[in-house]
Design a protein around this ligand. Structure first.
Ligand code: 3MF
Ligand code: MG
Length: 345
């Protein structure tokens, strides 16, 4: 029986259009309006940074954090939304310019760990056991500024401290090879899975594949997903698209390369992704040119195209695929897939 999928998105995926060269071009949408809007589009779950869920949490006591997060969980439940995951936002504040867990300043490293513990508390009170680590500034602009070996050890120590803090928390590492830093210490899924196996509890360290991040690493997103799937470690995805090696574009799913999008859906579908509770999340942004009245369109488009590609994966003539593969007629197989995607079969 073919499975069905459940979808998730973050509040940052409805945004004001600022980029490094220009300020905002759309008014901000209040958080509550965003939540209601994504539910109306068919999303059942949301991803929240720790301070999306509890603004200014660094100024609050653990008790205040607990009650704010619990209240948010209830108001989301009233809308029909659950929380898929939370993530510590260790890249925005000025204290994190040199990273958190790998900063050269030990007081910054200690603060990063404290902040992450608060994020774990937020996860618990929002009703999720999944925390994502996008290790945004855990890298360098200057090779000689940090010891890369020591940085990996520091990341491992930090992950072990998180696992020890909460016996139920699961950590999904979201690798990205660059941006905002020049070079990151955990740039690919292979790195994420490897450090997970070195941790104190490998069963609680997995990965999140973002399509664009794989492309920026020069890798195929479907194969990155496959690598994590084969280890039982694909705990979420950030589907989107990316037109080559540029800045992180967060285009709508399938917008740059429909065949690559199809191959991602195929690998998820064939592995039964979603049947163990995993969400299909999109990390997509509206173009800067988007008018306010169209600023949800990329969220509708991504979901619609994903579901259309699920139909394409399910209706692919697998017997013919198998016989073309057995005959090593890969030209014929190429044609079969392209005609199928074009609706010519
Ligand atoms: C950056 C990202 C991030 C993460 C998010 C959750 C802001 O390229 O993809 O989006 O997905 O922080 O970990
Ligand atoms: Mg992402």
């Amino acid at each position: 029986m073919a499975g069905s999928y459940r979808f998730s998105v973050g509040p940052w995926n409805i945004h004001e259009g600022a980029d490094p060269f220009g300020p905002t071009v759309r008014a901000s949408v209040p958080f509550a309006t965003k939540m209601a809007a994504v539910r109306a589009l068919g999303y059942e779950s949301v991803m929240l940074h720790d301070d999306d869920a509890v603004p200014e949490l660094e100024r609050l006591s653990p008790q205040q954090i607990a009650s704010e997060a619990a209240a948010l969980k209830d108001s989301l439940a009233n809308l029909g939304l659950t929380v898929e995951l939370s993530a510590p936002r260790l890249w925005e504040g000025g204290q994190w310019v040199d990273g958190g867990y790998t900063a050269n300043d030990p007081t910054v490293r200690a603060a990063a760990l404290e902040r992450t513990k608060r994020c774990i508390d937020v996860c618990r009170h929002l009703g999720t056991d999944l925390m994502v680590l996008w290790l945004a500034r855990e890298g360098t602009y200057v090779r000689e500024s940090k010891s890369a070996v020591r940085s990996v050890e520091l990341l491992l120590e930090a992950i072990n401290a998180m696992l020890a803090y909460d016996p139920d928390i699961r950590i999904a590492i979201e690798p990205k090879p660059n941006e905002p830093m020049d070079i990151a210490y955990l740039p690919t899924i292979g790195h994420a899975v490897a450090i997970g196996y070195r941790s104190a509890d490998p069963s609680r360290v997995g990965a999140l594949v973002e399509s664009a991040h794989a492309i920026l690493a020069g890798l195929d997103p479907a194969d990155e997903m496959a690598f994590a799937l084969s280890a039982g470690k694909l705990w979420s995805v950030h589907l989107n698209d990316q037109n080559g090696l540029k800045y992180d574009q967060d285009k709508s799913f399938g917008a740059a390369n429909l065949r690559t999008a199809f191959d991602q859906v195929l690998v998820l579908e064939d592995a039964g992704y979603g049947s163990r509770g995993e969400m299909v999340a999109f990390d997509v942004k509206a173009m800067r040119t988007t008018r306010p009245e169209h600023q949800l369109q990329h969220l509708a488009n991504s979901r619609e195209i994903f579901l259309a590609l699920v139909d394409k994966a399910r209706s692919l003539d697998r017997a013919t695929v198998a016989s073309l593969a057995a005959a090593r007629d890969y030209e014929g197989l190429d044609r079969l897939v392209l005609r199928h995607l074009l609706g010519l079969d």
